[in-house]
Design a protein around this ligand. Structure first.
Ligand code: HEC
Ligand code: HEC
Ligand code: HEC
Ligand code: HEC
Ligand code: HEC
Ligand code: HEC
Ligand code: HEC
Ligand code: HEC
Ligand code: HEC
Ligand code: HEC
Ligand code: HEC
Ligand code: HEC
Length: 270
């Protein structure tokens, strides 16, 4: 940028005026005002950057909105971001804007280095609250430990973890887990029983083998919504037998064994 003024700074004011005269034609140097269209005559790189990636700094503001005045008339014409961006946590709680917005002329080209969390929470506060309310190993790491390099990048769980079984693919993790509260295992009513089989092969094989009508039921039909939820037989069956029988044998399992492996009895459907 300095190459054109290799002769020194002595003539900058004159150069500026001359440049303006060139454009304005008849206007005298004294009255001349520096226009946005003049900048490119001496600064090629910045107008090019703004043209290509200026985003709102191209469309919503101009060079002179930010660079008020020009050396040597003013000592410093570099604006503080706070001149225009204030009044939100993202602006007021962060010191060094350039840490991420390295070039104000390409404001959305972000550098996301180091361990970032407080900075992300200036916009994603609910996620911070969720991580804190559900303590896990994920609460202890920075946001960009997972959301690395590019804003909005989302990794698959399997980048860092093995699956529980070959039936559970990377896109299935979210059927039971959420990244920001990974220890809260919860699921919907369509979850395939074979996913549970990854850790409960006995229950799975017993249920598959029973000749009773429970065989047709999914694990999550009975164990609803949350991991380790255990239903009572009476949730579904009420009190099916004569009161005297239940009084004498208060536990259904005394006659029926377990839900996964109901005892056979005479007259039972095959
Ligand atoms: C005639 C050539 C010329 C024109 C036209 C010109 N500049 Fe400059 N500009 C310079 C020179 C030379 C410097 C270096 C001055 C210095 O460092 O003292 C400079 C420095 C700057 C700086 C850096 C100031 C700093 O403190 O580091 C900014 C910002 C700037 N110009 C913006 C603009 C803008 C915006 C325009 C259009 C409105 C513009 N210039 C038009 C020659 C020009
Ligand atoms: C949204 C505000 C903003 C706008 C719009 C803007 N600039 Fe800048 N510009 C800055 C800031 C802030 C810096 C200081 C960057 C730094 O410290 O690295 C800067 C630095 C500069 C510099 C000196 C450093 C360099 O990169 O060469 C020049 C020259 C410059 N701007 C020219 C321009 C020109 C020409 C335009 C219009 C095409 C323009 N700027 C538009 C905010 C702006
Ligand atoms: C002269 C006023 C002005 C200055 C100074 C300024 N900006 Fe902006 N900036 C704007 C306006 C206006 C917008 C568009 C409206 C908005 O998003 O607030 C904008 C938008 C942005 C955007 C979003 C771009 C988009 O297209 O969505 C970023 C990022 C940004 N500014 C960062 C900065 C940073 C970092 C600085 C300091 C280096 C800075 N701005 C200095 C006026 C300014
Ligand atoms: C830790 C990185 C980081 C720092 C530091 C940072 N920003 Fe941002 N900024 C971002 C990210 C990420 C976005 C969202 C970009 C997107 O939506 O694509 C953003 C968006 C913006 C926007 C667009 C409008 C909005 O609110 O969504 C503006 C304006 C902005 N930043 C200004 C600033 C200012 C001013 C500072 C300093 C006070 C600053 N930023 C510091 C990462 C940062
Ligand atoms: C200035 C505000 C701002 C900052 C700072 C910010 N974000 Fe965002 N972020 C947003 C907005 C707005 C969206 C929604 C954008 C969309 O829907 O495309 C978003 C979306 C996301 C997404 C989801 C993308 C998707 O596809 O759903 C992730 C992940 C994300 N941000 C992570 C981060 C991380 C990590 C940080 C810190 C390095 C961060 N953000 C900093 C404003 C911000
Ligand atoms: C960038 C790497 C990374 C990604 C992506 C990731 N994790 Fe983790 N996760 C870790 C680390 C590191 C730990 C702590 C050490 C360990 O248990 O392996 C952890 C721990 C866990 C734990 C145990 C938590 C505790 O406090 O004991 C669960 C459950 C978990 N992750 C599930 C997931 C799920 C589900 C996903 C996808 C939604 C996921 N993880 C994505 C790195 C990651
Ligand atoms: C252990 C890895 C990991 C950590 C740490 C992590 N995330 Fe995420 N994040 C993910 C994954 C994976 C998803 C995709 C959704 C899911 O599986 O629950 C996601 C989704 C998101 C989304 C988009 C969906 C939504 O819930 O709004 C945003 C925004 C986001 N994360 C921001 C953050 C922020 C901010 C932090 C730090 C406070 C953070 N994340 C920490 C892995 C992580
Ligand atoms: C059917 C529900 C279900 C699905 C689908 C599922 N998980 Fe899990 N996961 C669990 C349960 C339940 C635990 C808790 C086991 C315990 O308490 O020890 C767990 C624990 C974990 C843990 C903690 C360490 C461990 O192995 O015990 C990690 C890491 C994990 N899951 C990752 C994943 C990943 C990665 C996927 C997708 C490939 C996934 N999970 C899919 C139910 C599921
Ligand atoms: C990643 C392995 C894993 C997966 C997948 C998994 N579980 Fe578990 N489950 C466990 C562990 C570990 C325990 C605790 C065992 C213990 O306490 O002896 C457990 C316990 C249980 C319990 C017993 C709770 C109690 O109080 O005795 C039930 C019921 C249960 N799981 C149902 C399911 C169902 C239904 C699924 C499928 C939606 C499933 N599990 C998926 C690992 C898993
Ligand atoms: C979440 C609901 C649910 C729970 C909990 C449940 N069952 Fe069932 N049970 C069913 C359904 C549905 C059927 C099939 C009814 C039909 O088709 O007529 C059934 C059928 C049966 C039958 C008849 C089997 C056959 O093949 O004719 C017996 C016996 C039975 N259950 C006993 C039990 C016992 C004992 C428990 C507790 C250990 C239990 N059930 C828990 C829903 C449940
Ligand atoms: C008909 C309802 C029903 C179905 C279907 C069912 N369970 Fe259960 N399960 C129960 C009941 C009720 C208990 C409590 C023990 C008992 O009384 O049998 C239980 C207990 C358990 C336990 C803890 C005790 C043990 O046996 O280890 C686990 C784990 C479990 N079930 C997993 C599963 C899995 C995995 C599936 C699917 C393959 C499944 N269950 C299908 C009703 C059911
Ligand atoms: C004393 C043994 C005994 C006890 C205790 C017992 N049952 Fe039964 N149950 C049977 C016998 C025998 C049958 C098959 C004969 C019949 O059809 O009545 C049966 C049949 C059933 C049936 C199938 C009825 C039908 O109409 O298809 C259900 C459901 C059932 N029991 C549920 C339960 C539940 C729930 C409990 C606990 C609250 C329980 N039983 C306690 C002996 C018992």
């Amino acid at each position: 940028m300095r190459s054109y003024c290799s002769k020194g700074r002595f003539a900058l004011a004159g150069l500026l005026a001359a440049a303006v005269v060139l454009v304005a034609g008849t206007v005298s140097a004294q009255e001349a005002e520096l226009m946005n269209s003049d900048c490119v005559k001496c600064h090629q790189a910045v107008p090019q950057q703004i043209e290509e990636k200026g985003m709102a700094h191209k469309t919503a503001v101009s060079c002179l909105d930010c660079h008020v005045g020009h050396p040597p008339e003013v000592a410093d014409n570099i604006p503080a971001c706070a001149m225009c961006h204030a009044g939100a946590p993202h602006y007021d709680e962060i010191e060094n804007c350039a840490q991420c917005h390295a070039n104000p002329h390409t404001p959305l080209e972000l550098t996301l280095d180091g361990e970032l969390k407080a900075e992300c929470l200036t916009c994603h506060n609910p996620i911070g609250q969720q991580l804190t309310a559900n303590p896990s190993a994920h609460t202890e790491v920075s946001c960009n430990f997972c959301h690395a390099d590019t804003h909005g990048y989302i990794p698959e769980c399997t980048v860092c973890h093995e699956t529980h079984s070959k039936e559970i693919a990377a896109q299935d993790c979210s059927a039971c887990h959420q990244a920001h509260k990974p220890l809260e295992v919860a699921y919907g009513d369509q979850l395939p029983s074979v996913f549970c089989a990854a850790c409960h092969d006995t229950a799975y094989s017993e249920l598959n083998a029973t000749p009773t009508k429970h065989q047709t039921l999914a694990c999550v039909y009975c164990h609803q919504d949350e991991h380790k939820m255990v239903p009572l037989c009476s949730d579904c069956h009420g009190v099916p037998h004569a009161p005297g029988i239940h009084e004498k044998f208060p536990t259904c399992g005394e006659c029926h064994n377990t839900a996964h492996d109901l005892n056979n009895w005479p007259g039972q459907a095959k």
